[in-house]
Design a protein around this ligand. Structure first.
Ligand code: UD1
Length: 423
């Protein structure tokens, strides 16, 4: 397993290109199942999660070709041969469940293994299933699989009231509804930019959708969808992560492709902590205003609130802030696994259930640490950039699921960072 070695202490200065959004790409790819015409995604990120989704779609008989080094994904579900998403692939990535809605909508049948993914909480899929049941699907859970069947005439439009906001359940229901008979209304829908991006792509394919980006999305089912070419939206989580780099080390970094509306609540917290964020014509320019950032309190919420996917990275920054910060995690129940690792680097953190109290220290110290999940791993890298001495982050396969070329991007801004490859 590879590890990453960092020698901390250097200011970061430069420009970092931000890739297309992993989480958008992971829902745009299954949208290929909805049509027998080609769907091409541009600005795709080159990540192991994308390769897993590629393998999953290929196992169903879809053609998926990565062009231009993987930045363009040319897909076709013209000759799909299977509606069975196997455990061996699905267990690697929770987003695999996103093939369920499209398979059911186009073929009337689907068998999808119950998913695995990051160990950050129970993460059930009941809301996905309830939404599809409301559209007339019959669903059985047997042998670890979701076995779903649409009624004889196909899925039917329905009013779906989500009891809590779920990104994945909204995506599955949205995709399924595009080919259902009649009108579907999704109430308490997720408003994330990745949902908006999916709706834009589906509209290019001929879907009739209104209200994406609000809590109510209305879909008028159509007979069939066609092909399209669609650019994947910028990754707001990668963006936020790299915005934190100069905040924690000092210096100025311009995150290319960054847009304020993707990271509004997060940028407000940075501002309150003493980090300036400025929209330029090419992206977002970030620098620390004074010597040390100030403590701030953070509560994770569905979009447009502070994203849970930036909580671990924000904690790394607050470890060196002046004063005491509290982070409340409201989305996932087990998402402070980075705290004990940050503590190994000299951070002062107390976790009580869903809250963590961080008392800032002047300087973190390098240490051997272990990545426990995707966002936790990058929080350790951020902490290491600011720490005195050497840090080795092991188990970075988690990192490779969501960040492309981390060493290159940070190295180009002056960080001492290298990957240690293991045979
Ligand atoms: C997506 C993102 C993930 C992000 C999360 C929240 C992708 C591929 N992943 O995950 O990076 O952290 O949104 O912003 O886009 N829940 C249920 N039942 C369900 C579904 C969800 O109880 O059927 C709960 C979850 O356990 C969690 C909450 O709802 O507590 C939100 O989860 P959800 O928005 O569904 O997250 P994902 O779509 O899995």
């Amino acid at each position: 397993m590879d590890s990453i070695r960092i020698v901390g202490g250097a200011e970061l200065n430069g420009r970092i290109p931000i890739a297309g959004a992993k989480n958008a790409c992971l829902t745009l790819m299954p949208a290929t199942i909805l049509t027998d015409e080609p769907l091409t995604l541009t600005n795709a990120p080159r990540l192991s999660d994308i390769r897993t989704m590629t393998t999953l779609l290929q196992s169903l008989g879809a053609e998926v070709a990565g062009l231009q080094g993987g930045q363009v994904l040319a897909m076709s579900s013209h000759d799909l041969t299977s509606v069975h998403a196997d455990y061996d692939i699905v267990r690697k990535m929770r987003a695999s469940i996103l093939v369920l809605g499209p398979l059911l909508a186009r073929f009337g049948r689907a068998e999808v293994s119950l998913p695995g993914g990051c160990a950050i909480g129970a993460r059930p899929v009941d809301l996905h299933l309830k939404a599809l049941e409301a559209m007339g699907a019959e669903i059985d859970l047997a042998e670890g699989y979701v076995k779903a069947r649409a009624p004889a005439g196909g899925l039917k439009g329905a009013v779906i009231d989500f009891p809590l906001v779920s990104v994945g359940a909204t995506e599955n229901a949205l995709m399924a509804a595009t080919l259902a008979k009649g009108t579907t209304v999704l109430n308490n829908a997720a408003r994330e930019p990745e949902i908006v991006d999916l709706a834009h792509c589906l509209r290019r394919m001929g879907a009739q959708i209104e209200g994406e980006g609000t809590a109510t999305i209305t879909i008028q089912g159509v007979e069939r969808l066609g092909g399209a070419t669609h650019p994947v939206v910028v990754d707001r989580i990668e963006l936020g992560t790299y915005m934190l780099a100069p905040a924690i080390t000092g210096g100025t970094v311009e995150c290319l492709g960054g847009r304020m509306e993707l990271v509004g609540a997060f940028a407000e917290k940075l501002d309150a902590a003493g980090v300036s964020v400025e929209q330029t014509k090419d992206g977002l320019k970030v620098s620390r205003k004074n010597g040390r950032v100030s403590a701030v309190d953070v509560t994770t919420e569905p979009f447009p609130g502070f994203p849970t996917d930036l909580q671990a990275q924000m904690m790394a920054l607050l470890c060196t802030a002046e004063g005491r910060s509290t982070l409340h995690e409201t989305i996932f129940e087990n998402r402070f696994m980075h705290a004990p690792e940050l503590t190994r680097m000299g951070a002062r953190i107390e976790v009580h259930g869903g809250s963590a109290v961080v008392t800032g220290v002047e300087r973190l110290k390098g240490a051997p640490v272990m990545a426990t999940d995707l966002r936790a791993s990058v929080s350790l890298i951020l902490a290491a950039l600011a720490a005195e001495g050497e840090t080795v982050v092991s188990r970075v396969y988690h990192l490779d699921r969501g960040y492309e070329r981390v060493e290159e991007k940070l190295g180009a801004c002056g960080a001492t960072i290298e990957r240690i490859r293991e045979a």
